[in-house]
Ligand binder design. Structure first.
Ligand SMILES: [Zn+2]
Length: 103
């Protein structure tokens, strides 16, 4: 499926990318192709350049945290480039480097 939205002068589409997916507790991560929707109002979409698995992510993999809705994509401590922005986003522009703690 490929859909597109007209966003100002830009054509923003659903994109496909690779992600390490955790399917459940104590399951090996698998690399999957996923679809990422265009950013909605007050959201941004980031092209991840670097990420890792932190201790919190490791707890998710081990099943030590309750209320996790698997499957889940881990790696919330990441850095990348703003790829597109949703309506109402004024403090970031496409092409800006950021880390997920600052975005
Ligand atoms: Zn973390």
């Amino acid at each position: 499926m490929l859909s597109a939205l007209c966003h100002g002068e830009l054509l923003i589409k659903v994109i496909k990318c690779k992600a390490a997916v955790c399917w459940g507790p104590k399951q090996p991560l698998t690399i999957e192709e996923i679809e990422v929707a265009p950013p909605k109002a007050h959201e941004i979409r980031i092209k991840i350049v670097s990420t890792g698995i932190c201790r919190s992510d490791d707890h998710v993999i081990a099943g030590a945290i309750s209320n996790i809705n698997y499957p889940v994509i881990l790696g919330h401590e990441a850095a990348g480039i703003v790829e597109s922005i949703g309506e109402g986003v004024t403090n970031l522009q496409p092409g800006k480097a950021c880390n997920l703690k600052d975005c």
